[in-house]
Design a protein around this ligand. Sequence first.
Ligand code: ADP
Length: 425
Amino acid sequence: MMWADLFSSLSQNPYFSAGFGLFGVGAGAAILRKGLQGGVILFRRHLMITLEVPCRDKSYQWLLKWITLRGARKTQHLSVETSFLQNDNGQINTSFDFIPSIGKHLFQYRGNWIQVERTREQQTLDIQMGVPWESVTLTALGRNKQIYFEILEDARQLALQSTEGKTIMYTAMGAEWRPFGHPRRRRPTSSVVLDNGISQKIIADCQDFINNSSWYTQRGIPYRRGYLLYGPPGCGKSSFITALAGELQYGICLLNLSERGLTDDRLNHLLNAAPEQSIILLEDIDAAFVSRESSVTQKSAYDGLNRITFSGLLNCLDGVASTEARIVFMTTNYLERLDPALIRPGRIDLKEYIGHCTHFQLKEMFKKFYGPHENTKANEFADRVISFHHPVSPAQIQGFFMKHKSSCPQTVVNSCEEIWENVPN
Ligand code: ADP
C-alpha cells in the first residue's frame, strides 16, 4: 500500500515525470546510436570490401600513379609530385604530376564507386626509408575482390608501359631496393665492342642460365650464377653489363660494398630481396676491403661497425637462393687483389678479361663510327694503332673519334698519335 502511494505521488510530481521523460529520450538516443554504429559495422563487414596498400608494398607507387591517371582526375585536393623525363637526346624535361592529397577521394572505376583514402602517420616513420608511414585504402561496395585484382593489374601494366624499352636501375635504401635516376634507354650490346666472341659468349651463357631453371632445381643446386669482368678502366665493363641487362630485359641493382652502414645482415637481405628480373652489380669489388683496411689504420670511432666483412660477403653470395634466376656481376680493375675464395666456382662461374683494344676491336669501332663500308681504312687504322705498341682503351678511342667526328677517314688514320696526347703515363 505504501509503495502504491509513493508511486502515484511521484508520477503526479511534474519534476519527477519530466526527468523520467528526459531519461527515456536519452536512453532511446543512446540505443539508436549503438544500433546505428552496429549497423555501420555490419554493413562495412559484409557489404563493403577494403584494400589497404602500405607504402612499403611494391604496388604502392604504381597504385598512386594509377589513381592519378585513371581515377581521381577530378579531385580538387592534390599534392604535387615532380618528375624528370629524359629525352633520347639526353635533354631533361621537368613535369609536375598532381596526385590525390592526403585524405578521402571518390572516383568511379568500371561502374563502381571507389573511395580512396590516403593516410599519413605523422608519428610513425618507416624505419628503413626514414619517411612518414603512408598507406592508401580503397573501399568499394559489394563483396567481389576481383575488382582489386583488376585495379592492381591495371596499375602494374601502366607502370610497365612507362619503362618499356628501358633499363631500370635500382639502388639500396635501407633494406629495400628502390628505382633511382631515370630508367635508361636500352643500349644495344652491339654498341659495346669487346674482343672477338666475348660479348656473344657472355650473352649466350646468361641466356642459357635463364632458360634452364629446371636443371638447377632437379639437382638441388642454387639457381644463381656469378660473373666477373676484370681489366683496366675504360674498356667497357660497366657499359657491357648495362647493355646486357637491356638485352635480357633485366634491371640492374647497383650495390656499393664500401658503403658505410652496409652490414652483413643488410647485404644478405638485399641480395635475397632483389627485384625479379634484375642483375645484381657489385662494382670495383676489390675496393670494398682495401679501403676498410686503410681506414682501420686511421682508427676512426666507427671502424669495424656498420661495414660488411669479407666472410660475410662470402656467406651472402653462397646464401643467395631464389626460384628466380639470380645473376650477380662483379667488376674489378685488379684481379690479383681478389681473394681466391671470392672467385672460386659457385661464387664466380664465368670470369672474363675485358682488356685494352685488340686489332679486331679497333677495326670494329672504326666501322661503327665512320660506316661499315670503310673496311680498308678501318684495317689501316687498326694496323697503325697497334704498331705504336701502346695500350689503348676503347674509351680513349671513343674520345679520339668524337674529336674527329667530321674528319675524313684518311685524316683519322693519319692522326692516330693524338690518341695518346694528354694521357697521363
Ligand atoms: P669500365 O667499366 O671498364 O671502366 P666503362 O664501361 O665505364 O668502362 O666505359 C667508359 C666509357 O667508354 C663509356 O662511355 C663507354 O661508352 C666507352 N667504352 C668503353 N669500352 C667500350 C667498348 N668496348 N665499346 C664501346 N664503347 C666503350
